[in-house]
Design a protein around this ligand. Structure first.
Ligand code: URA
Ligand code: SF4
Length: 245
């Protein structure tokens, strides 16, 4: 990790609370962890092509979904991807975090949020007692990397959405956290602004949904530290209420 990132994390107040699990020396220049991978849960392995399904996503099993997404060419994002990135984690998780789309690291490794933003996401999870893969599933609004990490176009997000919808049906999480605007808009099917949408409980087909800032945005700005913290507390409170209900 470069020193300026360290500084930003410290400035964000992430030092004492959102501790980096890997020491800086274990990060290569792109921020990917080069050690400690034995504790990283397995990503969804693509099953044999035979498990691709011509059924609509709404009827697919996990294996069919994974096979179909791995082979999907329904939108132009298939052209430059190395691989589609379905998601990672506990398929029975109470918590579902949804990002925007894979970046370069994710495209190369086949797992969501493994780059710089992923480190921050892991720190945010740790701050509320959560850990990647343990009662947490992490997915993205689009499964293939948008070139130059641009925001997915609305038609791309719409084409890919049935896969995310099926994941949610299969996981049946108790709470969905939309990380940033594209994730929130894809799930809520309406235009939102993160600053206005955060701090409220939204509804995704009967499942409570909370919108917060995307970790990559938090890495770029020092302004929203306190708000991100508020959002984490709001998530934890909401989940407690859901579990007590
Ligand atoms: N940003 C995202 O939105 N998703 C990832 O998987 C990585 C970075
Ligand atoms: Fe298919 Fe989604 Fe990849 Fe587009 S982004 S090619 S719809 S898996």
């Amino acid at each position: 990790m470069k020193p300026d990132r360290q500084l930003i994390l410290r400035e964000l107040g992430l030092g004492p609370v959102w501790k980096l699990r890997a020491p800086a020396a274990a990060l290569d220049e792109k921020g990917a962890a080069t050690t400690g991978s034995d504790s990283v849960p397995q990503t969804e392995a693509a099953p044999p092509m035979a498990l691709q399904s011509s059924a609509p996503p709404a009827a697919m099993s996990w294996d069919e979904l994974a096979g179909t997404v791995a082979a999907c060419r329904k939108c132009r994002l298939c052209e430059a991807r190395k691989q589609a990135v379905l998601g990672v984690g506990d398929r029975n998780a109470d918590w579902l975090f949804v990002g925007e789309g894979p970046g370069a690291e994710e495209d190369a490794r086949g797992e969501p949020f493994v780059g710089q933003a992923g480190k921050l996401l892991d720190n945010m999870l740790a701050a509320i007692g959560l850990k990647r893969g343990e009662d947490v599933y992490i997915a993205n609004a689009v499964k293939c990397r948008p070139p130059e990490n641009r925001t997915p176009a609305p038609d791309e997000a719409a084409t890919c959405r049935p896969y995310l919808e099926r994941q949610i049906e299969l996981i049946r999480p108790k709470l969905i956290v939309a990380l940033g605007r594209p994730a929130a808009q894809t799930l809520l099917q309406t235009e939102i602004k993160t600053a206005a949408a955060r701090g409220k409980l939204h509804d995704y087909h009967g499942i409570p949904l909370i919108v917060t800032y995307h970790p990559a945005y938090l890495l770029r700005t020092l302004l929203d530290k306190a708000k991100a913290w508020e959002d984490l507390c709001f998530m934890r409170r909401t989940m407690r209420q859901r579990k007590d209900a």
